[in-house]
Design a protein around this ligand. Structure first.
Ligand SMILES: NC(=O)c1ccc[n+]([C@@H]2O[C@H](COP(=O)([O-])OP(=O)(O)OC[C@H]3O[C@@H](n4cnc5c(N)ncnc54)[C@H](O)[C@@H]3O)[C@@H](O)[C@H]2O)c1
Length: 265
């Protein structure tokens, strides 16, 4: 049997990859033949993902960095370059999600969310682009969310950062389309992940939300990390060579139905 590895020869830097969806993307990319830089706030938290990749026969390094810190973002990309010689895939996955209606959030919530989700995405992209331009080759994939399009309740600040990331994707794609760098976004619906569990457990009626999240997706359930990772593989691969400026909704149809869970209390 011939096994085609769709990301053979790629070097992929994945932020927020110590757990959740980022860890799933990292392990999936490694199975497809990419060499991986697993980045998260604490290097030691990345080790289990790196170890799992090594155990499966892949190559990976761990990087500890705060993506929203200019020096740390630059140093992280330099570290990938030093380890692997180049970097041609960047997955901007790391994010934070303060919950609450707008008047219930604090200015500190707002600043932290914009700092990590938007500034972090900007800084990591800015650090990686000169390396991609030098090779005239690269794929940047931003993690957005359907809430950046629909505006789901209880996460206004987060939704605004995701809407901004979709705008950033479109604008960046036009700047680099003729220079060999493709820029796309992925907007998941609700995904079975630690971030979802934290959100549900913070609600006054977690059981209601657990059921509601399944029900609002026309497919009848929340998505899996693997289902999101599949789309990232495509966008990172040369199969997507004519795809740039796109926002892929991986959302079980919620973007079409547009119903939203409301806390009944
Ligand atoms: N889980 C969902 O249902 C869902 C739906 C739509 C979009 N998303 C998006 O998918 C991505 C991953 O979500 P998840 O559910 O795996 O969340 P998660 O909280 O499990 O993972 C986020 C990771 O980012 C890291 N991180 C946070 N701030 C950082 C910083 N300043 N520098 C470096 N790393 C930092 C965290 O340590 C964590 O490991 C996020 O962008 C999220 O907005 C998630």
């Amino acid at each position: 049997m011939i096994i085609v590895q769709r990301l053979h020869g790629k070097i992929a830097l994945i932020t927020g990859a110590a757990g959740g969806i980022g860890a799933g993307i990292a392990q999936r990319f490694a199975r497809e033949g990419a060499r991986i830089a697993v980045l998260d706030l604490r290097k030691e938290d990345c080790r289990p993902v790196v170890d799992a990749i090594h155990k499966a026969g892949g190559e990976a390094i761990a990087i500890g960095a705060d993506i929203a810190d200019e020096e740390q973002a630059e140093a992280a990309v330099a570290e990938v370059h030093a380890a692997f010689g180049f970097v041609n895939v960047l997955v901007n996955n790391a994010a934070v999600m303060p919950s609450g209606r707008l008047h219930e959030t604090t200015v500190a919530d707002f600043d932290r969310c914009v700092r990590v989700n938007l500034r972090g995405t900007y800084l990591m992209s800015r650090a990686v682009i000169p390396h991609m331009l030098a090779m005239r080759q690269g794929s940047i994939i931003h993690m957005a969310s359907v809430t950046g399009i629909l505006g789901l309740p209880g996460i206004a600040i987060y939704s605004a950062t995701k809407a901004a990331i979709i705008g950033l994707t479109r604008a960046m794609s036009t700047d680099y389309a003729r220079l060999g760098i493709r820029v796309n976004a992925v907007s998941p619906g609700t995904i079975d992940s630690p971030m979802l569990h934290r959100f549900i457990n913070a609600q006054s009626n977690p059981e209601y939300f657990r059921r509601a999240f399944d029900d609002i997706h026309p497919i009848g359930r929340v998505g899996t990390i693997e289902e999101v990772a599949n789309v990232f593989v495509f966008l990172a691969s040369d199969e997507a060579s004519f795809v740039t400026g796109a926002n892929y909704e991986v959302d079980g149809g919620i973007g079409v139905k547009g119903e939203q869970p409301q806390d009944p209390v």
